[in-house]
Design a protein around this ligand. Structure first.
Ligand code: FAD
Ligand code: DHB
Length: 393
């Protein structure tokens, strides 16, 4: 068994782990990232696509925004479609900000490229199997790579290994979990089809929610509300397009451009928060600490917010030996994470069809959509959450 030493041992090369490693490097703090999957796998994993204004700014300010600025698509509003009519929420007018449509896997590629160009260490196909000494000042991560076990000794462990990682379970007895499952999932596709709308369309239809998004001027990303355990194989391409055509129908007509479907998958919907986000020298960040339902596009953005807070706290720890910011890490992140949970839960509740809803509750849902899109106060509230709440000062 070999032992390597670094300052911060990071489990997971998703957006949280990679961005943390980058932010630490800029502050002169060493880290090693352990990633169970191959580089090729993480660079092609299709997930989120909308960056908040504050996250876009953070990436630009820290020197990893060049390709995002060149290829990202700025969006100054979104469309809510209900009762077969469009209602636009104008981010620019209401908040002075926009969001950026840019694929998570491209951001992951940009961050990997930046770390490697700066001689950073990311160990791919290195599966963290257990954490040791978390309640000491010398924690260790045991990992398996190429059939051999190794130890990574560090001062601090960042658990950035997503919802199914090993970090959160390692301290489970010390955590309290808050969660909610939703009685539906999303069937998502990528298609070689020009986006049928310049802006994202969130559609509340009697047959269920649908979302029109995009990845580029030639690639559409579309989602349909489905059963949480929906069998993707039961959905032929023709059936998917027919259902999307129905749910996006609009008074006066709407042309949904179809194309070759290149990827299909079902995402379950869950709200999940663990408190606290830290135990001893283990700090949880991103999906390892919290999950939001995707309506509102917050998962990746929340992960970026956590690591911005953690990087600053670690800087105070290493530069000045101060632990106050590290001690406050969990409370600081949770205050923001709960507001983002609220927004994601609210968007999900307002936009989906619930089989348990009575006719009364359905009417209340439509009245809420009507209110949100006709009141400046209510649409400003949606807009300021969508473009992203400020990162903690
Ligand atoms: P992750 O991206 O999950 O990264 C964790 C990393 O840790 C992974 O690379 C994993 O391989 C690695 N890892 C796990 N265990 C170990 C281990 N034991 N050892 C070493 N490495 C390990 N959000 C949206 O806003 N919009 C969307 O449309 C959307 N779609 C999604 C679709 C899917 C299928 C999923 C799962 C999530 C989606 N999300 C979406 C959420 C968003 O992608 C996540 O919030 C975001 O990836 C969180 O980043 P992270 O770095 O915390 O976790
Ligand atoms: C996308 C995903 C979302 O959850 C969302 O609210 C908007 C866009 C997307 O994948 O493009």
């Amino acid at each position: 068994m070999t032992t390597t030493r670094t300052q911060v041992g990071i489990v997971g090369a998703g957006p949280a782990g990679l961005l943390l490693s980058h932010l630490l490097h800029l502050r002169g703090i060493e880290s090693i990232v352990l990633e169970a999957r191959s580089r090729d796998y993480v660079e092609h994993r299709i997930r989120a696509g909308v960056l908040e204004h504050v996250v876009e700014q953070l990436l630009i300010e820290t020197g990893v925004g060049a390709r995002m600025q060149a290829d990202g698509l700025p969006h100054e509003g979104v469309i809510l479609r209900f009762g077969s009519r469009d209602h636009r929420i104008d981010f620019r007018t209401l908040t002075g900000k926009h969001v950026l449509v840019y694929s998570q896997h491209l951001l992951v590629r940009d961050l990997i490229a930046a770390r490697l160009a700066a001689n950073g260490t990311i160990l791919f196909e290195a599966d963290a199997v257990s954490l040791h000494g978390i309640d000491t000042s010398q924690p260790r991560i045991r990992y398996r790579q190429a059939d051999a076990e190794h130890d990574l000794a560090c001062d601090v462990i960042a658990g950035c290994d997503g919802f199914h990682g090993i970090s959160r379970p390692a301290v489970e007895p010390h955590l309290r979990v808050f969660e909610r499952d939703y009685p539906f999932g999303w069937l998502g596709i990528l298609a070689d089809a020009a986006p049928s709308s310049q802006e994202l369309v969130y559609a509340n239809h009697d047959r269920g929610f649908a979302l029109l998004s995009m990845r580029s001027p030639t690639v559409s990303r579309l989602y349909l509300q489905c059963a949480p355990d929906e069998d993707v194989d039961a959905w032929s391409d023709d059936r998917i397009w027919a259902e999307l055509q129905t749910r996006f129908s609009r008074e006066g007509g709407f042309t949904l451009t179809e194309g070759r479907i290149t990827q299909k998958g079902v995402t379950p919907m869950r709200s999940f928060v663990t408190e606290p986000m830290q135990y001893g020298r283990l700090f949880l960040a991103g999906d390892s600490a919290h999950i939001v339902p995707p309506t509102g596009a917050k998962g990746l953005n929340l992960a970026a917010g956590d690591v911005a807070v953690l990087a600053r706290a670690l800087e105070a720890f290493y530069r000045r030996g101060e632990t106050a910011l590290l001690d406050a890490y969990s409370a600081t992140c949770l205050a923001r994470a709960w507001k983002v949970q609220r927004f994601s839960w609210w968007m999900t509740s307002m936009l989906h069809r619930f089989a348990t809803h009575s006719d009364f509750e359905r009417r209340v849902q439509l009245a809420e959509l009507d209110y949100v899109t006709s009141s400046v106060a209510a649409s400003t509230s949606l807009a300021e959450n969508y473009v992203g709440l400020p990162l903690p000062a």
